[in-house]
Design a protein around this ligand. Sequence first.
Ligand code: ADP
Ligand code: MG
Length: 129
Amino acid sequence: MNCTTKQVMSLPADTIPKLAYAISGKERKLSSVAEVTIFRIIQEALSNIMRHAEAKLATVSLKYSPSFVSVLVQDDGCGFSVPVTFGGFVSGRKLGLAGIRERVKLLNGSFIINASIGNGTSIRIKVKC
Ligand SMILES: Nc1ncnc2c1ncn2[C@@H]1O[C@H](COP(=O)(O)OP(=O)(O)O)[C@@H](O)[C@H]1O
Ligand SMILES: [Mg+2]
């Protein structure tokens, strides 16, 4: 069964990809709100990769700058068609990406998701902290 068929049938893919991570910039202690926000976002993004992406490789990159932190979570899996708004996901009780967007909004940050079918997915967030 291919990835798209699994998605259509809403079966979890549960594929565990190789995980690579990189930290750049000068690590520093963040506020507990920022810390929890970033942790939850990475957790949800990796959970999505395991459940939906059928990826071979997942990469988490964390970059510390003096006044903000940016996070990029990428995979080389099946990708998906990103809706203009997450309304359809929310009404279908898919709250992960909408939750990420809300958490980032609370910190006045930015959230960019790029995905296309067959070409993997990347989630990029940047929060002031
Ligand atoms: N890394 C990914 N690769 C492929 N599809 C993804 C990925 N992340 C999210 N998706 C798609 O976006 C949908 C919405 O994700 P999310 O809001 O986290 O809800 P849920 O994980 O509960 O289905 C998923 O059902 C899936 O179709
Ligand atoms: Mg999810």
